[in-house]
Design a protein around this ligand. Structure first.
Ligand code: NAP
Length: 286
């Protein structure tokens, strides 16, 4: 039996980082030392969110980009967060803005996301960015699904004409993932907490995306032989949303957890921050 293909996000993300580093060096030479910079806003004390923000800052440092973290208290109001976003929107030294999800309950996350200037929305969270992406117009896609598409494309996983099932419909993951697959001509089904007959639907999929947030939720015997598995979930102990141990024997390819989708999210964010910086430079010279 042929071993399944491992969609190695860690390795591909390193290659992408090397390419971004070259672009950063070139940008700095052309812009008198100006550095492409990502600002991350962290609201509250969620340890996982703090870790993600730190990892993104470390990635910026690895490629020579600037990073700035704005840490706001757990009790921050929507108006205060908006003020912080406005400051970054106006700051010419900031090229990309990331608001770490989730924010504390009292904040209206949608209003905050939509306050980010479209040209700095490198995490693809604004309604405008989402809509443009959905219409196949130039836009920064949401970072995790963008990273997943880069990974599938790199490994030449056939998408056009294939059945894709996305389990989860969150604004930052499931929904944009489904639209990106649709734009690449997959036939897409989106499943959620009210979906009936979920195992039967997943059994039809050539590509399964687990974006549920529940450990080992998608079972091995739901997987069609030869399917490609994308596991966006990450839970303590390196467990994803798909029961990979049980599913791997049936599949053609899979993203490992960890080392699959996670590093690709960060890689997509770096590429999109770089794109944003270059677009600012082009606008300034046009
Ligand atoms: P989320 O906002 O909690 O959304 C979860 C989705 O799963 C919802 O759409 C929900 O449906 C659906 N769902 C819940 N129970 C279900 C069930 N029984 N059957 C079918 N669908 C069900 O989560 P998220 O932010 O999208 O994240 C999902 C996972 O991805 C998490 O494990 C998270 O840690 C991971 N993640 C990873 C990265 C990365 O960089 N690697 C980035 C983002 C997220 P309803 O809409 O009906 O409630």
């Amino acid at each position: 039996m042929v071993s399944p293909l491992i969609l190695d996000g860690r390795s591909l993300s390193r290659t992408i980082e090397e390419r971004v580093k070259i672009r950063v060096d070139k940008f700095r030479q052309q812009c008198a030392g100006e550095t492409p910079t990502l600002a991350a806003i962290l609201v509250g004390n969620d340890p996982a969110s703090a870790t993600y923000v730190k990892m993104k800052g470390n990635a910026c440092t690895r490629v020579g980009m600037g990073s700035r973290t704005i840490h706001l208290s757990e009790s921050t109001a929507t108006a205060e967060l908006i003020e912080a976003i406005d400051l970054l929107n106006r700051d010419p030294q900031i090229h990309g803005i990331l608001l770490q999800h989730p924010v504390p309950r009292q904040i209206n996350e949608r209003i905050a996301f939509d306050r980010i200037s479209p040209e700095k929305d490198v995490d693809g969270v604004t309604c405008l960015g989402f809509g443009r992406m959905a219409m196949n117009e130039p836009a920064f896609g949401s970072a995790t699904p963008s990273g997943i598409i880069r990974l599938l494309t790199h490994y030449q996983i056939p998408i056009e004409g294939r059945r894709a099932v996305v389990v989860g419909r969150s604004p930052i993951l499931g929904k944009p993932m489904a639209l990106m697959l649709l734009n690449l001509n997959a036939t897409v089904t989106i499943c959620h907490s009210r979906t009936a007959d979920l195992p039967e639907i997943v059994r039809e999929a050539d590509i399964v995306v687990g974006a549920v947030g529940k450990p080992k939720f998608i079972k091995g015997d739901w997987i069609k032989p030869g399917a490609t598995l994308v596991d966006a979930g990450y839970h303590p102990g390196g467990i994803g949303d798909i029961d990979l141990e049980a599913a791997i024997p049936h599949c053609f390819a899979y993203t490992p957890v960890p080392g699959g989708v996670g590093p690709m999210t960060i890689a997509a964010l770096l590429v999109q921050t770089m794109d944003a910086a270059e677009q600012t430079q082009e606008t300034a010279h046009s």
